[in-house]
Design a protein around this ligand. Structure first.
Ligand code: ZN
Length: 122
């Protein structure tokens, strides 16, 4: 009696094929997370721009309601800001908040990206 060679009908991935698939998945995941991080940073910059516009609006309303009165504290602005004095969502510091003659700005708005951490329109 002769032994017949048993044919293996199961197919499996080789180690190399598995590594290639894992590498492709890692590259896709890296690209997606990079895009999401950029989108989050952009949205924070836009939110900061909206905050600066809100502060400017409150300053305008204050100066219309109190002509000739100097703005000396944030308490004077609070009646014009329904949700309190906004802050930069990315951790920037606002300058000229109490200066009625200068536009307020964010410390992170130094880049040349209009509409991100600045009052400049994109
Ligand atoms: Zn900012």
């Amino acid at each position: 009696m002769k032994n017949k060679p048993v044919k293996c009908s199961q197919t499996a991935f080789t180690l190399l094929e598995t590594l290639v698939v894992v590498a492709i998945c890692a590259m896709v995941a890296a690209g997606v997370s990079l895009g999401v991080t950029q989108a989050i940073n952009d949205s924070k910059g836009r939110e900061c721009s909206a905050n600066l516009a809100t502060i400017e609006g409150a300053k305008d309303e204050f100066s219309r309601d109190n002509p000739g009165v100097a703005l000396t504290s944030l308490e004077q602005l609070k009646p014009y800001l329904r949700y309190g004095v906004p802050t930069c969502p990315a951790g920037g510091v606002y300058a000229n908040v109490l200066d009625l003659n200068a536009r307020c700005s964010c410390s992170l708005g130094t880049g040349n990206k209009p509409g991100f951490h600045s009052l400049a329109q994109p």
